[in-house]
Design a protein around this ligand. Structure first.
Ligand SMILES: [Zn+2]
Ligand SMILES: [Zn+2]
Length: 184
């Protein structure tokens, strides 16, 4: 079986932390996990569904350079679909759309374990998760555009004010005041 990211490399058997059997690439340190092996392993784990991380969550992790590279399944040559995990920095877990095998670039398994999401990889490929990630990406883009237009300081004041109003029982009065000021 060859590495989906460097086609010259052969994968070797390995046991990941947590006792999951995988195929490891000695060149890029990525790991391939067969779907039936993962399903059997997962059935023995406690289930914990992933919740999107806050925008400013820093996982102290640098995605592997191979993360951005598209790959084909080493098992059946199916297309590896990507699912985004977190924002800072964003990285992607890949899963074969045909046989369900999972590709984890270097360090990704450890991050999933750290987050307690190692038993919930399937959930990361559901429509629910994907749409939550798209919403978060949209909010982040809007935030960056606001900083670009208003400058860091004023943008930060707007974000702080938004937070305060959102948490104040009469916050909508503040919003109405601002709208009236600008609509006149
Ligand atoms: Zn590799
Ligand atoms: Zn496959």
């Amino acid at each position: 079986m060859r590495c989906p990211k460097d086609k010259e490399e052969s994968l070797v058997d390995v046991v990941l932390s947590g006792g999951l059997t995988a195929h490891h690439c000695p060149a890029c340190d990525g790991n391939w996990v067969e779907s039936d092996i993962y399903a059997a392993w997962r059935s023995q784990q406690e289930e914990r569904l992933p919740v999107p991380l806050p925008e400013d969550a820093d996982m102290g992790y640098t995605p592997a350079p191979q993360d951005a590279r598209a790959g084909l399944c080493p098992n059946c040559k199916g297309f590896l679909a990507r699912s985004r995990i977190g924002l800072n920095p964003a990285f992607y877990v890949e899963r074969c759309s045909r046989c369900g095998g999972v590709w984890l670039d270097q360090g990704e398994w450890e991050v999933l374990q750290q987050l307690g999401w190692d038993g919930a990889i399937d959930h990361l490929f559901t429509e629910d998760w994907q749409s939550e990630m798209r919403e978060q990406e949209y909010a982040e883009r809007e935030r960056r555009a606001t900083i670009e237009k208003l400058g860091e300081d004023l943008a930060q004041q707007i974000f702080d004010l938004t937070e305060k109003l959102a948490h104040h029982p009469n916050g909508d009065f503040g919003v109405a005041y601002l709208m009236r000021r600008f609509m006149e």
